[in-house]
Design a protein around this ligand. Structure first.
Ligand SMILES: [Zn+2]
Length: 56
């Protein structure tokens, strides 16, 4: 359990340092990392909203 939490934190940190650039609007945003983990897309919250309304 503890090992899993530690790994997740490490992955999140790596992702954050690796890239936080939105693939849709090419803007740097902290929400890009969260969305990559949550939905698997490198997009910011505003692009996520438009993708949810108009799924590709
Ligand atoms: Zn975006």
């Amino acid at each position: 359990m503890i090992k899993q939490i530690k790994n997740k934190k490490k992955i999140e940190k790596n992702l954050k340092e690796f890239n936080s650039l939105c693939e849709e609007c090419k803007k740097k945003n902290e929400s890009v990392n969260q969305n990559l983990i949550l939905i698997g897309f490198k997009i910011c919250n505003s692009c996520k909203t438009s993708k949810t309304i108009f799924p590709v």
